[in-house]
Ligand binder design. Structure first.
Ligand SMILES: [Mg+2]
Length: 274
C-alpha cells in the first residue's frame, strides 16, 4: 500500500512512539516494534532528518529520549519532541515575556522558566499552560480561570481523555484540569501538542523543512494522522497500535491517512539508504 506514495521522496520524517516504534509493557519500559531500530537507522544513513513526537509531558524531551535509548530505541535528544517543546516555542513566539501560570511537574516548570518563560506568582498571568500533572490545586485553577477571564489563552499539551495503559485507559489528569478551567470560563482550550498548528510549526522548525515535504507515521488517526494532514505532510497509519482495527471509511477526511501498513518494518521496503 506504500507504492506510489513517494515516501522515498520525503525529505524528513516524524514518528510517534507508543504503538508505532514501541509497545510499552506494564513496567513502563518501551519494547521496540519489529523493524523500528532499522527504520530509524536507514533514514539517518540517507542523511535525512527525523523527529520522534510523543504527547507525553511528564518529563523533559531529553529524559524521554534517554529512556528510549535505554530501552534500545536510538533517539537523539535533538530528535525528541513533546508538547512541552511546542508549548515553549509557541508561547515565546506569540506571547513573549508574558507571565505564565503553569500546571506541570517541577522539572517541566523549571525547563520552561529556563527557556525564558516567566512564571506568574500572583494574579499577573497572561498565559495558562496545562501539561501532565499528578495533582492540582483548586486555588491555582481559580487563579487560572481569572487570568483567562481577563483574556489569557488556555493552552494544553493534550486534550485527549486518556492514554493506553497496560490495563486499559489511564484517564488524563491534565485533561481533567484543562476541562475544569474550560468549563467555568467557557473558553475553548488551545492544544499545542498533537494535533495542532503549534506542533506543525515545531516540527518544521526542528527538521528545518516545510511540513509539506515530510512524512508523518503513527498509530493514532485522530492524533498522528490529523497532525500530518494539518501540515500537508504525507501520512502513514500503522495498525500496530490504537487504530489497529479502525474502519478507514468511517474516519473523517482530516483523519484519513495516505497509506496504511501493519507495522513500521514495512517502511524498510521503500526506504533505500541512498
Ligand atoms: Mg501512539
Amino acid at each position: 500500500m506504500l507504492d506510489g506514495l513517494g515516501l522515498d521522496q520525503a525529505r524528513g520524517f516524524v514518528f510517534d512512539v507508543d504503538g508505532t516504534l514501541a509497545h510499552r509493557g506494564p513496567d513502563g519500559r518501551a519494547h521496540p516494534q519489529p523493524g523500528a531500530v532499522e527504520v530509524l537507522e536507514r533514514i539517518r544513513a540517507s542523511g535525512r532528518p527525523l523527529a520522534v513526537f510523543t504527547n507525553g509531558s511528564h518529563v523533559t524531551s531529553e529524559t524521554m529520549a534517554g529512556g528510549l535509548r535505554e530501552d534500545g530505541i536510538p533517539v537523539e535528544d535533538r530528535e525528541m519532541l513533546t508538547p512541552v517543546d511546542s508549548a515553549i516555542t509557541y508561547i515565546r513566539r506569540r506571547f513573549p515575556d508574558a507571565p505564565a501560570l503553569l500546571f506541570a511537574h517541577d522539572v517541566i516548570r523549571a525547563r520552561m522558566v529556563a527557556a525564558g518563560i516567566p512564571q506568574a506568582e500572583g494574579e499577573e498571568a497572561e498565559v495558562v499552560f496545562v501539561a501532565h500533572v499528578d495533582e492540582a490545586n483548586l486555588k491555582d485553577m481559580e487563579r487560572a480561570a481569572r487570568a483567562i477571564a481577563r483574556g489569557a489563552p488556555l493552552l494544553t499539551g493534550s486534550y485527549a481523555r486518556g492514554y493506553a495503559g497496560a490495563n486499559g485507559i489511564i484517564f488524563s489528569r491534565g485533561a481533567m484540569v484543562t476541562a475544569g478551567i474550560a468549563k467555568v470560563t467557557g473558553v475553548r482550550p488551545r492544544i499545542v501538542g498533537k494535533p495542532s498548528k503549534a506542533a506543525v510549526e515545531e516540527i518544521s522548525t526542528r527538521l528545518g523543512l516545510p511540513t509539506e515535504e515530510i512524512a508523518v507515521i503513527g498509530d493514532d488517526a485522530g492524533m498522528d494522522i490529523a497532525l500530518g494532514r494539518m501540515g500537508g505532510s504525507k501520512t502513514v497509519l500503522v495498525r500496530s497500535g490504537i487504530s489497529g482495527a479502525i474502519d478507514l471509511d468511517k474516519l473523517p477526511p482530516r483523519h484519513r491517512p495516505d497509506a496504511v501498513i501493519d507495522g513500521v518494518a514495512e517502511l524498510l521496503d521503500v526506504l533505500d539508504a541512498r
